[in-house]
Design a protein around this ligand. Sequence first.
Ligand code: COA
Length: 180
Amino acid sequence: MLGCRWLLEDTGMLELADVTLADLERIDGEWPPLRPKKDLTYSWRWRELVDGEKETFLLKKEDGTPVAIWVSRRRKPIVLGGKLYYRLDNIEVHPTHRGARLGRILGILLMAVIAQRALEVGATGLVLATWDTHADFYGKAGGVQVAPRGWTVATGLIPFTFDERALSRLKEMADEFIAD
Ligand SMILES: CC(C)(COP(=O)(O)OP(=O)(O)OC[C@H]1O[C@@H](n2cnc3c(N)ncnc32)[C@H](O)[C@@H]1OP(=O)(O)O)[C@@H](O)C(=O)NCCC(=O)NCCS
């Protein structure tokens, strides 16, 4: 999928890329002051979050500006209840590109690109853990608040699962924006 490109009205052309140290330094320099102070993720630093993790990807604009990033801290899908799941650990959209209410769809496109990656590496589902503040977002993306057998989440977090059908639907959504 590396090099795949999607065209969004509000961001322009976006490309899937590997994350470089320069990208991480740019994100950690530019995004924190733009984050809402109430964000539960206000103090995230991506250099620490990804720290050598290979399953880390970036969506960037044609001029190289990073606009979305994710990491899975597992190189391969994990087996839960006999099925293969992509474990999604952290995601973030550039603070000025967020907001479904404002008609911005980068958040959902990011989930769609991640779904495509999950299918690419052979997963038939995706799991994550989040706060209740994010339940609407992941629910609208097609996730359900259940945990496959073996997926336990920390106290205060809620589990989300995307089955194969949800991943395929998300991929179809991403395909609508594919540029070439
Ligand atoms: C999660 C994210 C990709 C969703 O994209 P989006 O375009 O903002 O999606 P939505 O507009 O549907 O907003 C999601 C809701 O979650 C809330 N939310 C998002 N990030 C939040 C955070 N870090 N802390 C608290 N609430 C948060 C938003 O306020 C919004 O709620 P609202 O609709 O009541 O205003 C994006 O908000 C983001 O990058 N957030 C910061 C990082 C993050 O929270 N990652 C996920 C951790 S599980």
